[in-house]
Ligand binder design. Sequence first.
Ligand code: CTP
Length: 222
Amino acid sequence: MESSLHFLITAGPTREAIDPVRFISNRSSGKMGFAIARAAAAAGHRVTLIAGPVALPTPTGVTRHDVVTAAEMFQAVISLITDPAAPVDVAIMTAAVADYRPVQASIQKIKKTEGQCQLTLERTRDILGSLRTEGSYRGVLVGFAAETENVLTHAVDKLHRKGCDLMVANDVSQPGSGFDAEDNEVTLIFADGTMRPRPRLAKAAIADDVVQAAVALHAARS
Ligand code: CTP
């Protein structure tokens, strides 16, 4: 039995302001990430959770940092992952981070006019994809791939592109599974090419699987 590890988990959506009353976001509820945080804490691990705007209680024993934007989430994750005082052993990035944000949020509420309105967007930083490079992170790295087509092909590509040990792939086109749902149906894809398809399960059961797989990956390298 391995001793207690430090888990760093991101969860939920991010929000990118258009003006003081509007934002770009997505349908992520944060339930998967919070379930993983709960499972890791219940297994006796130290857990730091970076949460976007969600309506969920903090699981018992979890240290939570709330953020709003992708830039805030990036800063929070990089500063925690490079903190020598509390080295991270397992990083699990479940957040549905906005890939684009308005180039400039309007200070005043945008008034409607006749005809079309155009928003100019710029890319946000890829948090998961920066951990091995900018974060110089060497611990176990787990990503989530929410896809609507060619699920496994896209997930395998993301696993290698982002330097992950494990990618949890799910088909979010299935009704009742994935985004903002109680259940999920995932395939665990490991860097050595092993694929472990799981049946449709409650997010709490998938969380236990993911935590156990991450702990096993940690044990295998040390
Ligand atoms: N991710 C992240 N930072 C981003 C975008 C994604 O950390 N700016 C992480 C997610 O938390 C997830 C993984 O990357 O673990 C995959 O996210 P996904 O949105 O499926 O992938 P993208 O890299 O955005 O790829 P694409 O838009 O091509 O599907």
